[in-house]
Structure formats: C-alpha cells, structure tokens
Design a protein around this ligand. Structure first.
Ligand code: ADP
Length: 670
C-alpha cells in the first residue's frame, strides 16, 4: 500500500479522500490555489503545496504543477477526485511517465469513453444495449436526417464530444430537423471545437439509473448496485438515491451484468459508473461511462457498508477487490441532496458570499455531511458553488426520506443564498414521496417545488404567530428565573393581566403581503391557550416549543414544524413545504422587560415614509401611528393599546436604524 498520496482536488471531495487515507494510515498531500490558502482540505492534509492562482486553469487544471508537487513531497500516487484532471488522459500518461500511480482507470479506458460515438461502437460490439440511433462517420445532414425519419420522432441530437448537456437538441418532427441540426452543431463547435453529431431516439419519460462498478487488475469485476439520479436540472443531478425504486431483482442483475460487460469491454480498472436510461417498459440503454468516482458515491457506500475510496486505493495499489459479487448486499435506502450556494428562484444562478453562519444537522448513523467548508469561509466565483452533500440512510425509502426532510430543515446557513428550501420542497412533494419520478421531474412539478402558486396559509400563519408568542413567553420565563423576584406579576407568563385581556398584535409578511394577526392569550389551568385571528377567522391554538420544533394544535389539528429564526425572518419547515415569514412589528404584548415605558421601536433598518400622529394625540389600540419602508415593503407601526403619544422622534423621509425608538407612548392604564 502507498505511504503517501497527493489529492489533486479541493473542497468536499479532497476532504473525503483525506478521511479514508487517514483511516488507512496513509499520509496526504493537498494542493491549493490562492483562493484556497486557508481552506479545510489544506488544513486536513499532512502537507500542502501551493500550485497557483485562483482560477482553476491557473492551478487545479495544471498537470505539470500537480505532478511537480507530487515529486517534491514524495507522494507515490495521485487521487484526482472528480472534475479537474480526473478524466484527462494526458495527465494520466504524464503520471505514468513519472512513475506516479494515477488512482483511476488506465489511459486507454479514459480515451475509449471520451467520445460518445466511439464509446457506442465499443458497447455495440460488446452487446450492451444502446438507444436506437445513428452514430456513424458519415456526417451529411441527409444521412443523419434519414436515420431520424426511419426511427420516428422525437429524436435527440448529441455532439459526440459533448458533456454537461451542451450540443444537445430535441427534435420533435421532421420539419424541425434542419434548424435543430444547425443549432446543435453551432453549440458543439463553440463548446468543444468539434461538431460531429449522433442522433438517438428521444425517450419521453426515462429514468437515469447508473450502476457503480469496480474492477481490479486480477480479472475481478463487481457491481455495487444502482443509483437513481433522475431528478435533474439542466442535466445536473439534484437528489440521488440508492437503490433505485421499483427495481426487480431480475432487472437489477441484468443492468449490473451489462455494466460489467461495458467496463470489461474497455479493460477497466478501479471505480467507474455506467449510466443507463431506463424506459418505462423496463428496457434500458447505455448512455455513457464515467471513468472516476462520482459525486453521488456516498449513497452506494451507505447501502453497501463499503468505503469506495478505500477500494480505489486498494485496487490502485494492486490488491484484489475487497469483496466478491455474492458478498455484496443492499441494506436499507439512502438519499443524497446537493446543498448549493445558488438561487433556485432565479434559474439556479450561482451565489457567492461568506458563510456567516453554518450549522449542519448533527451527524449520526443516519445522517452524513460531506463538506469542504467551515463557518466564515467564502463561496467564491472561482469554483463550483457546492457547499456540502447531505446524505441520509434508513431501513426503507419512506423512512430515509423523512430523515432527509428533517435534516434539511435543520441545516442552517446564512450569508449566502442556498437551495435548501427548494430541496426541502422537492423532497417532501407528493410525487417525489410516491416515486413518481422521471428526468422531467422538476419541470413537471414546478408549481409544487417553487411555490409559484400562492401558498395556502390558513394553517401556517397561526402556527408562525403561535411560535412567536410561545417563544416570547419562554424568553420572559428565562428572564423571570434570573430576577430577584420570580413571583413578581410582571414576570408571569400565564396571561395574568390586571383588568385587561392579554392581546398581542403581530404582523407577519409572506411573499410581500402583510397579514395583521391578533392573538388573545387565555388561561387554562396552569397553562394557556390562544385565540388567533387572521382575516376575520379565529382559530383555537395550543402548542409548545421543544428545541427547534413547534408542536401545534390548531382547532384540534395537530402537526409540528421545525422553525428557523434569523432576526425577524422565520422559516417554518412543515410537511407541506417550507414557509418563510417576516415578523414586521415588534410584538406590543411583549413583556420581556426591555420596553417598560411603552416606547415603540423600529422593527428594522428603513426609511420613515409617513408620520400619522403628533405629540399629545390620544390614540386607540391598533391605530396606525407611522409607516416605515424597508426592503421595498411598507411596515405600519401601530398603537399597542389606547394611550397618549408623548413625543415623536422621526420625520418623514428620515433614515431609521432597526431598534431605534420611534415614539414615546403612555398607555391609558399606566
Ligand atoms: P452529457 O454528457 O452532455 O451530460 P448525456 O448523454 O449524459 O449528456 O445525457 C444527459 C441527460 O440527458 C441524461 O441524464 C438524460 O436525462 C438526458 N438524455 C440523454 N439521452 C437521452 C435520450 N435518448 N432520451 C431522453 N433523454 C436523454
């Protein structure tokens, strides 16, 4: 076995490889760019070598620099991770020339899979099923169009040099062919410098099912079952699972054996993934082979109990495969969700920024977080904005999915926009739960996942309001416990009021609309219940908060939600999806003790738009006093009770800091 390896990568996959190497007693060398000087993978490795500037082409893509670093540190082997140099045949050749082991397949295998049409020729000869189509040398439009006409529309044109969905065009009918052909060629030329095309039958509801294979240099080959990666956006995977749902043992074995045949056809060694399209009738077709470790390999690890990086290192060191086919079993079900810094509501635009607050869910035998960042780290413009992979396991799909929803609801990130809410909505949507999934999943279920339709808030507004009053009561209790007089009536939280109903006025905003809410706290034995009125509808609520979870009963309907609160932003992760609210007014029923003289404070930074009263005015409870504007939304400051305005501290147009006192106010009964 090697005593020292270099990892030619960064981020979560570099950290992932280091963990296994460490477990096996192998020393590790990291390489890093300017931007990564203080990154986690550099910290974790035993040694680290700076290889250049922040853009990948000035560092992680420079074969010479990486090899130089290996030579300088005496690393005997290089793990390329995924992306960067992992499928670069020239790099692989350079390693061999320097006597450094490339932890991956032989050069010839990488080259064989580099062209989609060459790969198809090899697979055809090995009797691996292909999507019907044409992948010949004659590139005249007439020949390719004839192939399309013969198999019938729709068809898919693909650039043979393609990747990442580029140079691909669907053609739905004969008369669209010419235009689609020209467009696909143009895109292929500009992306890959090569406009060679192939054409395939376009399957309208396929699943993406891929098989993990492993081969050693002793003629052994096994498959570690399948992963379903059908949920994709722009041909990029979003959530993966293993095993695939509704797979018969027979189909699993057939696909597994086909995958092994594909690998053997190219003299494969190490970890590889054979991607298939699985049609509704159970036919499956070879799509491509990825000659590296995949991003989603952890789901396979969790259902097989194997460490695939360890397997890679053993195979590269010339050992035999750790397990034979009949020793491999599927245990339970696993999901992986890719946590990205991106804005799903803006076409998944990558986001950048500092991870001001980062609190992943607690790891356990059920929950694993593979990440390359810590709180305070930067998500920069230079690399893929993946923050982490969240991987969960349980004994069946349903339970594993519940683990996923829970873990997503507990993932706290602030400072950058993330796709966590999007993933939560996706993972809890009925079609996903029911495994009604094909590669068109996100497009088909947009309304559900993006909440384009106005969310029905009948239950969630009272829940959010209930959360606010309960958490205020908790705060008050904590303060009371700390004072000298815990029995003071001012510190009681059980709705005690002298000659007055205990009424809280709360305003919550959702998607730009403000909802005034009235909460009346009622005593019941030693506890309380609440009458919550929204839009003239009153519901009877009870609840409690434990850790981050609100257990609520709304008119007798019991449910619970995980709550994340960040200043005045409240997110409610409910089984119906995630609901985001802004608390726009300080709760005037607050008795936490910091507002005794009745002054009213600005709920956030903003501008004073309108002052509606003057000093000396007598006002009625709930009467609007001022209007502020912040983040393009108006917030009305209202009288907490009947009383008198003593002084006004701001004029129209003034900038106001959040928390600044706006008005001095004396309640009528004071
Ligand atoms: P790339 O190498 O550009 O990623 P692939 O050939 O791997 O392209 O295909 C990417 C995705 O496109 C697949 O996961 C699948 O969703 C879709 N796809 C590819 N071929 C077909 C086909 N013949 N019919 C329907 N969908 C397809």
């Amino acid at each position: 076995m090697f005593t020292k390896i270099l990892i030619a990568n960064r981020g979560e996959i570099a950290c992932r490889v280091i963990k296994t190497a460490r477990k096996m007693g192998i020393l590790t060398v990291a390489v890093y760019s300017d931007a990564d000087a203080d990154s986690l993978h550099v910290n974790m490795a035993d040694e680290a070598i700076h290889i250049g500037g922040s853009p990948s082409r000035e560092s992680y893509l420079l074969s010479e620099k990486v090899i130089e670093a290996a030579k300088r540190t005496g690393a005997q082997a290089i793990h390329p991770g995924y992306g960067f140099l992992s499928e670069n045949a020239d790099f692989c050749r350079m390693c061999a020339a320097e006597g450094i082991t490339f932890i991956g397949p032989p050069v010839a295998a990488i080259e064989a899979m580099g062209s989609k049409s060459a790969a198809k020729n090899i697979m055809e000869a090995a009797n691996v099923p292909l999507v019907p189509g044409y992948h010949g040398d004659d590139q005249s439009e007439a020949v390719i169009k004839k192939a399309a006409d013969d198999m019938g529309y729709p068809v898919l044109l693909k650039a043979t040099a393609g990747g990442g969905g580029k140079g691909m065009r669907q053609v739905w009918s004969e008369d669209e062919f010419s235009e689609g052909f020209a467009a696909a060629k143009r895109e292929a030329k500009s992306s890959f410098g090569d406009d060679t095309m192939l054409v395939e039958k376009y399957l309208t509801q396929p699943r993406h099912v891929e098989i993990q294979v492993f081969c050693d240099n002793h003629q052994n080959a096994v498959y570690l079952f399948e992963r379903d990666c059908s949920v994709q956006r722009r041909h990029q995977k979003v959530i993966e699972e293993a095993p695939a749902f509704s797979m018969s043992e027979e189909l699993r074995a057939k696909m597994g054996e086909s995958a092994i045949k594909s690998a053997q056809a190219i003299g494969y060694q190490g970890a590889g993934t054979v991607e298939f399209l699985l049609d509704i009738d159970g036919s499956f077709y070879f799509m491509e082979m990825n000659t590296r470790l995949q991003v989603e390999h952890p789901v396979t690890e969790l259902i097989t109990g194997q460490d695939l990086v360890e397997w890679q290192l053993r195979v590269a060191a010339g050992e035999v495969l750790p397990k034979a086919q009949d020793e491999l079993k599927i245990n339970g079900h696993a999901f992986e969700a890719r946590i990205y810094a991106e804005d799903p509501n803006n076409d998944f635009l990558p986001a950048t920024g500092t991870l001001d607050f980062l609190q992943p869910p607690v790891e356990s035998e059920f929950v694993r977080v593979d990440t390359g960042v810590r709180q305070g780290d930067e998500v920069s413009v230079f690399y893929d904005p993946m923050i982490a992979k969240l991987i969960v396991w349980d004994e069946n799909r349903e339970k594993a999915l519940q683990r996923m929803a829970k873990a997503l609801s507990e993932y706290r990130i602030s400072g950058v926009t993330t796709n966590i809410d999007f993933l939560y909505n996706l993972a809890t949507s009925a079609p996903f739960v029911n495994a009604d999934i094909d590669t068109g999943f996100i497009e088909k279920n947009q309304a559900l996942i993006f909440h384009e339709n106005e969310q029905a808030l009948a239950g969630e507004l009272p829940m959010a309001a209930l959360y606010l009053v309960l958490s205020q009561a908790q705060k008050a209790q904590t303060i009371a416990a700390k004072t000298n007089d815990p029995f003071s009536p001012w510190n009681m939280t059980n709705a005690w009021r002298l000659n007055e109903a205990n009424i809280h006025h709360i305003t919550l905003a959702h998607n730009g609309t403000e909802y005034p809410i009235v909460v009346e706290q009622k005593r019941q034995g030693s506890g309380s219940y609440y009458l919550i009125t929204v839009d003239g509808q009153t519901v009877d609520c009870q609840g409690r908060i434990e850790n981050d979870t609100l257990y609520a009963s709304i008119d007798g309907y019991r449910s619970h939600a995980t709550i994340a609160q960040n200043n005045n932003q409240i997110s409610l992760y409910h089984q119906k999806g995630v609901f985001n609210f802004t608390h726009v007014l300080p709760d005037c029923g607050d008795n936490t003790g910091d507002d005794k003289h009745g002054g009213l404070v600005a709920p956030m930074n903003g501008t004073m738009v309108s002052v509606l009263v003057k000093a000396g005015d007598s006002v009625k409870a709930d009467q609007p006093l001022m209007i502020m504007e912040a983040m393009k939304m108006e917030h009305t400051i209202r009288a907490p009770s009947n009383g008198v305005v003593d002084a006004i501290y701001y004029n129209n147009g003034d900038m106001v800091d959040g928390g600044a006192e706006l008005i001095a106010f004396t309640p009528e009964d004071a």
